[in-house]
Design a protein around this ligand. Structure first.
Ligand code: PMP
Ligand code: GLN
Length: 414
């Protein structure tokens, strides 16, 4: 085994996806919709594979199918108010995962520090380590909500002085994930400006994972950090068709940024993945074309999906409250964290061991109650895991029947 893999063999998805598949479960664990993507992208995919154009079955351009990079450049260029060149500023990847991997491999050197905000999407840490870098963690700290109010993901904030103290001579990059998985926090413009100012001051890069960019609720706005002063030149922005069009299995992702950074990501991509599936890229290109034409209108999927999800979120909040699991209301994403501490039902007497409580609890819940969730400790560094192991993450991008089945399990729990 190569030394750089040491300690990185455990993976929460491998473990919990397998467990949820082994037992009959209502699965609110791994994040994926249990309903179909919208018709216009499905039809585009069918047409791509069964239509006249034989070339859609063959390799396409190494750094992204021309139709897809063209519309991505147009779409995001308009949103950012930035000229984006499809050939030099955009690259298509195998999901957002590959885009992230390319960022770290291409731009982080041995000895470099990368700042990661906790809780974080778990793969950032092993990816930094595989590149030879050192993750430096900074926590979002929960504030007590006003009396009578439920806690919101917005109550979890960075301490600006603490954040500033993490920037050193060795800092190469900061990873920003807004809306954040697993918390659902949508960083405000002010919070982003604090991060951006530090990046500019210390000449630090920003890897901005925006895969949940359309999933924001209660009128909140998603801010793209690349649009803030001084940030375009130092930011790689990452997106995913899996989240954007509810098609996680297609594994189409992308990134965009300045050519002086993207060219190094191209070197990684051309030497590992080389090329992404053509038909899926064609379908996603047509999906974006359609969304470009309907931008901001009621028929836009990017408008409709968050409206539907907000209702699902509110429904899950009510069912959790009814059984005494305290929800943290997410401002975005399709995840919701619940605090187990006051759960009004009987939980097993799990003997203490090294494994965090939430992880042991969920394994027990999958086997005995047929309900799957994800332990929040998996989104924390080793030093912090035990401080957050009373929290579990539910995924609510599910059919009504699935949410109802989960609700029934919680209510009938003795
Ligand atoms: N980033 C975040 C924050 C995610 O939640 C996910 C979920 N899969 C990814 C990246 C990876 O996205 P993809 O499935 O497009 O690789
Ligand atoms: N992003 C999804 C989640 O957080 C899926 C992650 C995965 O399967 N690796 O649930």
């Amino acid at each position: 085994q190569a030394q750089r893999l040491e300690g990185l063999d455990k993976n929460v998805w491998v473990e919990f996806v397998k467990l949820a598949a082994t037992y009959p479960t209502v699965n609110l664990g791994q994040g994926f919709p249990d309903f179909s993507p919208p018709d216009f992208v499905k039809e585009a995919f069918v047409k791509a594979v069964s239509g006249e154009n034989a070339m859609l079955h063959q390799y396409t351009r190494v750094f992204g199918h021309p139709a897809l990079v063209t519309i991505l450049a147009r779409f995001f260029g308009k949103l950012l108010g930035q000229d984006i060149d499809p050939l030099t500023n955009v690259m298509v990847t195998v999901g957002a995962y590959e885009a992230l991997f390319c960022c770290f491999q291409a731009l982080v050197d041995s000895g470099d520090e990368v700042i990661i905000i906790e809780p974080y999407f778990d793969c950032y840490e092993p990816m930094v380590k595989m590149a030879g870098g050192t993750p430096v963690f900074i926590p979002l700290r929960p504030k007590t909500p006003a009396p009578g109010k439920l806690m919101s993901s917005g109550d979890w904030q960075l301490d600006p002085a603490e954040l500033a103290s993490k920037f050193t001579r060795r800092t190469k990059a900061i990873v920003l994930n807004s809306p954040n998985n697993p918390l659902g926090k949508v960083f405000s413009k002010k919070e982003m400006e604090i991060i951006a100012d530090l990046c500019v001051k210390h000449d630090v890069l920003c890897f901005s994972d925006e895969v949940y960019e359309w999933l924001v609720y209660d009128g909140k706005k998603h801010i793209r950090i690349a649009s803030l002063p001084g940030m375009w030149d130092r930011t790689i922005t990452i997106g995913s068709a899996g989240k954007t069009f509810s098609a996680t299995g297609w594994k189409v992702g992308w990134m965009f940024g300045p050519d002086h950074l993207v060219k190094h990501l191209r070197t990684v991509h051309q030497n590992c993945v080389y090329h992404c599936p053509t038909a899926a890229q064609e379908a996603v290109a047509q999906g974006f074309q359609r969304e470009f034409e309907h931008y901001g209108k009621p028929e836009s999927y990017f408008v409709q999906l968050p409206q539907e999800l907000q209702q699902k979120r509110d429904r899950l909040v009510q069912s959790l409250l009814a059984v005494g699991m305290k929800p943290i209301i997410p401002e975005g994403t399709y995840f919701l964290i619940a605090d187990l501490s006051d759960f009004k039902a009987e939980v097993p007497n799990l003997p203490d061991c090294e494994e965090p409580y939430d992880s042991r609890f969920i394994k027990w819940m999958i086997k005995n109650k047929g309900l799957a969730a994800i332990p929040v400790s998996a989104f924390y560094s080793t030093a912090q895991k035990r401080n957050f192991d009373h929290l579990i993450r539910f995924c609510f991008v599910k059919e009504e029947a699935t949410l109802k089945a989960a609700e029934d399990i919680l209510q009938q729990w003795k």
